[in-house]
Unconditional design. Structure first.
Length: 164
């Protein structure tokens, strides 16, 4: 800028409102300077429009990812619940080593599914603003099941109390 409050500054360093003011209020502005200010104003508008476009694309992409994560979260939650129900049924059966071995494998599968669900849930908690991806009672339900399983494994609970 060759004159005024911002003398010596690059046009790109000028505040937008100063450029607007200069174009509207400086009556004796040389045509070459007016053209430079108009070009700077146009460049900024184009950059702003591009930034808005990229921001919109980002949020659209984020929403698509969020939708996919919600779908996977719900699938894993259903699988986790199903595995827990099967585990509960098997706990009533006492058919020797094979059932115990199967229960051990089932528990490992349950733990892997739970870990995957928790990772997805962690991702969703970072990007989900509505918190609408899970059942309202899912955390309570899963906590209850986990506590019950721990008690069962430590011998603190009997098969009859599991049925309740």
């Amino acid at each position: 800028m060759p004159f005024g409050k911002y003398r010596g500054c690059l046009l790109s360093e000028l505040p937008a409102d100063y450029i607007d003011w200069g174009l509207n209020e400086m009556k004796g502005l040389k045509p070459s300077m007016r053209a430079l200010l108009l070009q700077e104003q146009r460049t900024r508008r184009e950059k702003d429009a591009r930034a808005r476009e990229l921001t919109s694309q980002f949020f659209t992409s984020l929403e698509n990812i969020r939708g996919h994560l919600i779908f996977k979260f719900r699938e894993l939650l259903d699988l986790e619940i199903s595995l827990q129900e099967v585990f509960g049924v098997l706990s009533f059966l006492d058919e020797g080593w094979e059932a115990t071995h199967f229960e051990s494998e089932l528990h490992q599968a349950f733990c892997r599914v739970r870990d995957m669900r928790e990772k997805i849930e962690s991702c969703l908690n970072r990007i989900d603003f509505g918190g609408d991806y899970g059942r309202v009672d899912s955390k309570k339900l899963i906590t209850n099941w986990s506590e019950l399983w721990i008690k069962e494994q430590s011998g603190q609970c009997t098969k009859e109390s599991t049925a309740a």
